[in-house]
Ligand binder design. Structure first.
Ligand code: FAD
Length: 512
């Protein structure tokens, strides 16, 4: 027993026990030889990062709840979560040696910061004779495989992306691993002997430095809640099969979409499980909505942006980003502050920004409205400024998805109909009529008297901004637009051909 080797699974995202190939690998190996191995699932918490990273209180709370839940899930499998405090390279040097580590497993990540950090950890592991086994389990498809199939570059249009993944085998989610045998549980190491609680998951106080900023806890973090929410969302099959994103409301009192995004972001829920459960339902109902607007289509948007981001380390910035049209945005601190703190004078825009700060989640079309308003619609401020506010406040903030969608909304990449601008008044009214004068008086908030004046006149500024976009596009046309349009046309033509061949052969069959 003395010289047992340690098998480590390193949690970063992927905070779950279901469909977790790295965790399954260490559990299986340990159970195969109880005299030889012990298992330590770890999460590394860098106290320096907790101090300086600009992350809102609501997301820290979500992480704290997710770690607490993960610990409980692991206890149920006769293990536990070891939260090791420190910087990853220092932590690994220590635990590789002290724990006599034989194997390290983890889920791959595409964010440039993580890619660099992971490369350093792998190098250290190899120097110390530790095997490393990595798995791609954050997305349904491996972005690298999609890029390879597209001859070395990411597909630039959604249709092209779909045409590639339709030919790939969809990986099935793994079940939760079999619990560990009692004998595999590690003895206390020298740090635990000094302080039994040194590996405990963090308390709220350790993570949430500004508790006064916490809003109502509408979305509890963790795998248990993620799975419950998945089942609840899929329980109404009629809703699932008829789901069309443009027909969901950005301003309903309760969310009109699944709100599974925070669970997918932290990996409390596996996208492959979501996809499989969805596929099972759609198989039973041949008449269902289709991508891009269907629920499956939403998951494919996630895959699309992940693949594009994998192929561009500067995905979250304008300069040096090969997809991004260069637009001469202007700095305006007064406007940016008004947008960020919900004081634009447009109730629809301000309500969305207040909801973002208080609850950490806003509907997709609400994100459209405020992103368009900040950039090409009204304020002519760089999408990167908006991206940073979302990065701080969203529960589901995700490097690839936040940047991909800001690129889209600002018509900097992927979407080019920049002349289609959301009205910050009419758009909201479609699903929620404005309060009448008597209602405004009743609630003591009369527009123009108690409510801030509009910082810009939409009807005037959007026209000027469309002209500015036209000018920017002229300069960039050769560089970007042509490439996107050509690819879109090619793949649409191919799909049409395929569809007509299919219906021809179906017609033939039915005639026979
Ligand atoms: P549902 O409609 O129920 O969709 C199911 C899942 O599909 C989502 O949970 C999400 O994982 C995925 N999905 C849906 N729409 C998109 C999309 N357009 N792009 C990528 N994936 C999608 N989503 C994030 O997860 N993280 C972000 O940081 C993020 N930033 C955004 C920034 C802007 C400016 C905009 C316009 C959108 C952003 N989105 C982001 C995409 C989208 O708004 C959210 O994924 C969605 O609103 C989450 O709500 P839901 O889980 O109810 O979605």
């Amino acid at each position: 027993m003395e010289n047992r080797k340690t098998l480590i699974h390193w949690f970063r995202k992927g905070l779950r026990v279901h469909d977790n190939p790295g965790l399954t690998r260490v559990f299986e190996q340990a159970n195969s030889d109880v005299n030889k191995y012990e298992v330590r699932p770890i999460f590394i918490l860098d106290p320096g990062i907790v101090q300086w990273l600009k992350v809102g209180a609501n997301r820290w709370r979500f992480l704290q709840q997710s770690l607490a839940d993960l610990h409980n899930q692991l206890v149920a499998l006769k293990s536990r979560l070891y939260v090791v405090r420190g910087k990853p390279n220092e932590v690994f040097e220590r635990i590789f040696k002290e724990w006599q580590t034989e194997l390290l497993t983890f889920e791959t990540d595409i964010e440039p910061y993580s890619v660099k950090r992971d490369a350093e950890v792998v190098k250290l592991a190899h120097q110390l004779g530790v095997q490393v086994d990595t798995h791609c389990s954050h997305t349904i498809y491996n972005p690298e495989t999609v890029i390879k199939k597209n001859l070395g570059t990411a597909p630039l249009t959604y249709q092209k992306f779909l045409s590639i993944v339709e030919k790939l085998k969809t990986p099935m989610p793994l079940p939760t691993p079999v619990a560990l045998t009692e004998l595999v549980i590690p003895q206390q190491d020298k740090w635990e002997q000094k302080d039994e609680k040194c590996y405990d998951y963090p308390s709220m106080e350790e993570l949430v430095k500004h508790p006064e900023e916490l809003g109502e806890n509408k979305f509890l973090g963790g795998e248990t809640e993620g799975l419950r929410r998945l089942e609840q969302s899929l329980s109404n099959e009629t809703w699932v099969i008829n789901f069309e994103k443009p027909n969901t409301a950005p301003n309903s009192l309760e969310p009109s979409t699944t709100v599974l995004s925070p669970y997918l972001k932290f990996g409390c829920l596996s996208s492959r499980l979501f996809y499989q459960r969805l596929t099972d339902i759609l198989k039973k109902h041949p008449n269902h909505s289709k991508p891009p607007v269907s629920l499956k289509g939403q998951l494919m948007w996630r895959e699309f942006f992940y693949t594009a981001a994998t192929d561009e380390p500067d995905f979250d910035r304008m300069f040096g980003n090969k997809y991004c049209i260069q637009i001469p945005w202007e700095m305006n601190d007064v406007y940016l502050d008004a947008w960020t703190h919900a004081r634009t004078g447009y109730p629809f825009i301000d309500a969305i920004m207040r909801q973002l700060r208080q609850e950490g989640w806003i509907h997709h079309l609400a994100r459209h409205a405020v992103a368009c308003f900040l950039t090409r619609g009204d304020l002519w401020i760089s999408w990167q400024s908006g991206l940073r506010v979302f990065e701080e406040l969203l529960l589901d903030h995700d490097w690839a998805l936040n940047a991909g969608n800001w690129l889209w909304l600002s018509a900097s990449a992927f979407f080019h109909s920049y002349f289609r601008v959301y009205s910050p008044v009419a758009f909201g009214k479609k699903t929620d009529p404005t309060a009448s004068l008597s209602a405004q008086k009743e609630y003591g908030c009369v527009l123009g008297e108690d409510y801030p004046h509009r910082i810009v006149v939409h009807e005037a500024v959007y026209k000027i901004n469309v002209q500015r976009m036209t000018a920017a596009y002229k300069v960039n046309r050769e560089v970007c637009t042509g490439k996107f349009e050509k690819e879109e046309k090619k793949s649409t033509a191919k799909r049409r051909m395929k569809d007509s061949e299919k219906s021809l052969s179906e017609n033939k069959k039915s005639r026979n």
